[in-house]
Write a protein that binds this ligand. Structure first.
Ligand code: ADP
Length: 550
């Protein structure tokens, strides 16, 4: 943390630390009767209010205190989006401890690695994860106790999990008489590990201040645009970058919260949207694929759903158009990463775009968007020289801002900043009016004859073909050009298309030399722990692939 010079005349305003506990206090005091609805792991629907959530969070904070959890101690969670998880978000961080959300889709060995690396003192988990916790519990060196987030009658009669306790017993045994402590806003509040597609996962350690600033900024109209009139269903998991901050930004606005639990299939999500009159949602493209397929197959429409944020990987333009034109749902394309809490940009139109023809508006909306106030960006070449914002020159994307990491937890990976900027590992263009567009992750760029081909563009074109469900483009070895693009395609159920037809489909849509050299069809693409297509796995699978022209 830097020490900035002090003015001889300091402002005379209250110096009140920005603390996470203030969000749930605000939600209780001003939106106390507003609802939090959860589809539970048990399958039923649970409803209560922000007031109830605040009461139970304070009871849990008392339970943590009795456990001896101190400020700065890490407490892990392995849980779906649900009300108990939300209570822990506030009980753990609000009491000064550090909420460590763990991605249950990781391998048990990887989970044990991060639990040990984080030195978690206690671990809370959902019913679904009993077998998972049994698989790694014995390897946890610092965990003093495990808490099953369920009613007493769900506790297993026998288990290999040591010192297992029941969440509802803790709630029952503790009083709600708890004063949220006040402390330095720069104290650590929560810890998220990157998914570690290369090497071991590294931790991003957020602070109360960074979380509050991110929450303020993310609710703004040109970002997520959440208000007290919304009913918000976060599809993005609370174990993946804090569900993009929604467990904080939604209570901050007082909007109704709707949690889908573990049921993320198209039918379950759609039913919840309709029953709970959801207006706004957020998730990665792969989940929306399931929902859109279900809605199309059953000839349904959305009655209240108005807006969704799509990010985590590039939103295929075809998906955006289906949402916008067929169902009247506005798509806000957003970009960010674990290291950025995660929001960096969001794409909305400004007044000067309103008079543009539809295809030009669509072209703007397909970009990853404008920096949210607080975040600054630049693109640089490999020598670090800043590149121009002309919408065409692409370079390495660097960012800075108060909710972007300075270093990884425990200094993993050493010095990460370049002259005070965080290198995102993404390659992007920035238009003269500040709209950023990701062309690729630097490790996914296809290097053909010393030039770069962006795989995202190639995938977006393929996914606009009516017979294509999903597509990924990777560089494979070519003796003359080093690498050439290979398109890996999953066809829509019942649809058919040939390799030649798909290659022809690129005609006129892209520079000729960008056109994939070959197409291969597969049943499914490998999907990682955060719902993203795993390009490294595909590259591994097609390592020996011989291109027809090679
Ligand atoms: P990881 O997948 O590495 O664990 P994150 O979930 O933090 O980590 O993902 C961050 C990365 O996801 C970004 O650096 C970028 O490559 C990609 N990403 C996120 N949003 C978008 C988007 N809207 N378009 C394209 N890529 C995106």
């Amino acid at each position: 943390m830097s020490n900035y010079p002090k003015s001889p005349l300091m402002g005379q305003m209250m110096s009140q630390p920005l603390l996470i506990s203030s969000i749930i206090q605000h939600a209780d005091r001003y939106f106390g009767d507003n609802e939090i609805v959860s589809r539970r792991v048990e399958g039923d629907i649970h409803r209560y209010t922000y007031r109830d959530c605040h009461t139970r969070s304070r009871k849990m904070a008392n339970a943590l205190q009795k456990f001896g959890v101190k400020m700065g101690d890490r407490v892990g969670t392995l849980a779906w989006n649900g009300y108990r998880h939300l209570e822990l978000y506030y009980a753990i961080s609000g009491s000064g401890a550090v909420l460590h959300t763990i991605n249950p889709r990781l391998h048990p060995e990887q989970i044990a690695y991060i639990v040990n690396h984080a030195e978690d003192q206690y671990l809370f988990f959902d019913l679904t994860f009993i077998p998972l916790v049994e698989a790694f519990a014995a390897h946890c060196k610092t965990v003093k106790g495990f808490i099953l987030m369920a009613d007493r009658d769900r506790m297993p009669a026998e288990t290999k999990i040591p010192n297992l306790q029941c969440y509802e017993d803790l709630i029952e045994a503790n009083s709600a008489d708890y004063e949220w402590p006040v402390f330095d806003e720069n104290s650590a509040s929560s810890l998220c590990y990157t998914s570690g597609t290369t090497g071991n996962p590294k931790g991003a350690l957020y602070s109360h201040r960074s979380t509050l600033l991110h929450s303020y900024a993310s609710t703004m109209p040109d970002a997520l645009n959440v208000s007290s009139r919304d009913a918000v269903l976060p599809v993005v998991p609370m174990f993946h970058v804090n569900a993009w901050g929604l467990p904080y930004s939604v209570p901050l606005t007082g909007a109704k919260m709707v949690f889908p639990g573990p049921s993320l299939d198209g039918k379950s999500v759609y039913e919840l949207f309709e029953q709970e009159k959801v207006t706004f949602s957020a998730g990665v493209p792969t989940v929306w694929l399931g929902l859109l397929t279900y809605v199309a197959q059953n000839n349904l429409t959305f009655s209240t759903f108005k807006r969704t944020v799509i990010g985590g990987s590039a939103c295929p333009p075809a998906m955006m158009k289906t949402f916008r034109h067929q169902y009247g749902v506005e798509v806000v394309h957003a970009w960010g990463m674990t290291e950025m809490s995660p929001l960096g940009t969001a794409c909305t139109l400004q007044s000067h775009h309103q008079s543009l023809p539809e295809d030009e508006k669509q072209a703007v909306l397909e970009k990853q968007g404008h920096a949210i106030f607080g975040v600054d960006m630049k693109i640089v070449d490999d020598q670090g020289k800043e590149l121009s914002w002309d919408g065409e020159t692409y370079g390495n994307l660097l960012v800075k801002g108060p909710w972007i990491i300075e270093r990884y937890f425990k200094g993993e990976g050493g010095e990460v900043l370049q002259d005070g900027w965080f290198p995102t590992g993404d390659v992007a263009t920035i238009s003269p009016d500040g709209y950023m567009q990701i062309t690729d992750r630097s490790k996914d760029v296809i290097k053909s004859g010393g030039e770069w081909i962006g795989s995202i563009d190639l995938e977006n074109i393929a996914m606009a073909h009516p017979a294509v469900q999903q597509a990924a483009c990777i560089g494979v070895f070519h003796p003359k050009w080093d690498e050439r693009p290979l398109l890996v395609v999953v066809k829509k159920p019942g649809a058919d298309v040939t390799k030649e037809e798909l290659i022809k489909y690129y005609d006129g849509k892209i520079a000729k030399w960008w056109t994939p050299d070959d197409v291969t069809f597969v049943d499914a693409l490998p999907i990682g722990a955060t719902g993203k297509v795993l390009k490294n796995k595909i590259r591994e699978q097609f390592k020996e692939y011989k291109l027809p022209t090679a």
